[in-house]
Design a protein around this ligand. Structure first.
Ligand code: NAD
Length: 416
């Protein structure tokens, strides 16, 4: 397959492989290949300078056989419908792998959020929610943060939904601030979940994690919290990066100090005692664990052969192309796929939804213990398929996710 293939082409070919291995009939395969609903909207907002601007938004709802649609909303200038559809499909498999009662969705607005003021972003978010309102709701579709959206964005989404309904509905969005029903531990969950998978993979493969070196591409929500969690279990974070480039220090760096530096200077680069490196150099570093936590298509047919990490844990969605997958597998590099590795976020989103529905708030310790138990179980469920099928981890994870969703559709039957 050529690397020019789109995200959706890749997701569809992954589905085809899993369907074949699971022996699904062509009707089931056709049903799973299509999203249930795609909503495209034009979002008109008044900018701070008084002019009106129009932004394009989309929400794709893939499948809801196991529960309400669930998935992030990203603000990004170059979003395509194709990419959002692929991500919605991956969410369906991810929720099934994590064994939480949700389906899959994804949404986004084509916008460079750095160019908008906070007031403009608030108007943009609220108008978008009003346009897709009838398809949202705690039992229909529950948004969460993704690239360039955060807890504040979720607060606006939940508040807009509640205003339009006429009463407060905290369970209508997850990843909210704790003050309004957010769960303790949600912000850290995706990054922490990645490290639970790395820990489990190391235990299962007899690798020693204490003192091992970790390189992380992307120092946003996921990358930063993965760095903190890696350090907590005794790993050395030797490199991190953001859109402006990366830094390397062979003795390990302190994620909190790098974050403070980034907040001050807007970049991780030029951090004391570290060498500035490019994002390409970071990926090719000699290290034990490589965590791509930024964008898709970072490890490709062009650079996969130069990857020297022993393990790659995909914190970002789709960071490895199919060509690169093959090369890494042949090089015997353990690859923990995105649909498993980054499922910690949606898992704690599920905990948040449960807490909101029951009007409870669990302590951080409870959330973290439950997260570790869920991640470990998901990892081992995938691993048993990998062993049985003698497959790579991505195929094993897809078989688990697609298998659980198709089983749910089978028992639900078709109405009418
Ligand atoms: P974020 O916006 O908080 O951070 C993104 C980071 O990537 C920033 O540090 C940015 O500077 C960096 N970046 C952007 N372009 C880059 C480039 N060309 N090279 C290197 N770094 C670059 O986003 P996030 O929430 O941390 O999400 C990161 C990835 O994880 C995305 O693929 C997202 O879909 C995935 N993910 C996020 C969650 C979540 O809970 N936030 C859950 C599952 C998956």
């Amino acid at each position: 397959m050529s690397e020019e293939h789109s995200a959706l082409t890749v997701s569809l070919s992954q589905l085809k492989l899993a369907s074949k291995k699971l022996g699904l009939d062509s009707g089931m395969h056709k049903m799973l290949s299509q999203p249930k609903r795609t909503i495209s909207v034009s979002i008109d907002i008044r900018m701070d300078n008084g002019c009106v601007n129009v932004f394009n938004g989309v929400r794709v709802q893939h499948w809801d056989a196991r529960g309400p649609f669930k998935g992030g909303i990203r603000f990004y200038p170059n979003i395509t419908l194709d990419e959002v559809t692929a991500l919605a499909m991956l969410m369906t498999w991810k929720c099934a792998i994590a064994d939480i009662p949700f389906g899959g969705a994804k949404g986004g607005i084509c916008v460079d959020s750095k160019k908008l003021s906070t007031h403009e972003l608030e108007r943009l978010t609220r108008r978008y929610v009003s346009l897709i309102f009838e398809y949202l709701g705690p039992q229909r579709d529950i948004p969460a943060p993704d690239m360039y959206t955060d807890a504040q964005t979720m607060a606006w989404i939940m508040d807009t939904y509640s205003q339009l309904k006429g009463y407060r509905i905290p369970e209508s969005a997850t990843g909210k601030p704790v003050e309004i029903g957010g769960s303790w531990g949600r912000t850290e969950a995706t990054g922490r979940g990645v490290i639970h998978c790395v820990k489990q993979a190391s235990e299962n493969n007899g690798l020693k994690l204490k003192g091992s070196s970790v390189a992380i591409q992307g120092f946003g929500n996921v990358g930063y919290h993965a760095a903190v969690a890696a350090q907590e279990i005794g790993c050395k974070v030797v490199a991190v990066s953001d859109s402006s480039g990366g830094i390397y220090c062979k003795d390990g760096l302190n994620p909190e100090a790098v974050l403070a530096h980034k907040e001050k200077t807007k970049s991780v680069q030029k951090f004391k005692d570290c060498k500035d490196i490019t994002n390409e150099e970071l990926l090719e570093l000699e290290c034990d664990v490589l965590i791509p936590a930024a964008l898709e298509n970072q490890i490709t047919g062009k650079n996969a052969d130069k990857i020297r990490a022993k393990m790659v844990a995909e914190a970002a969605n789709g960071p490895t192309t199919p060509e690169a997958d093959k090369i890494l597998y042949e090089k015997d590099i353990c690859l923990i796929p995105d649909i498993l590795a980054n499922s910690g976020g949606v898992t704690v989103s599920y905990f948040e939804w449960v807490q909101n529905l029951t009007r409870e708030q669990w302590p951080l310790k409870t959330v973290n213990q439950k997260l570790e138990a869920k991640m470990t179980k998901a990892f081992n469920d995938v691993e048993s398929i990998v062993v049985k099928e003698e497959s790579d981890m991505r195929t094993g994870a897809l078989m688990l996710g697609v298998g659980r969703v198709s089983n749910a559709i089978k028992v639900l039957g078709l109405w009418p």
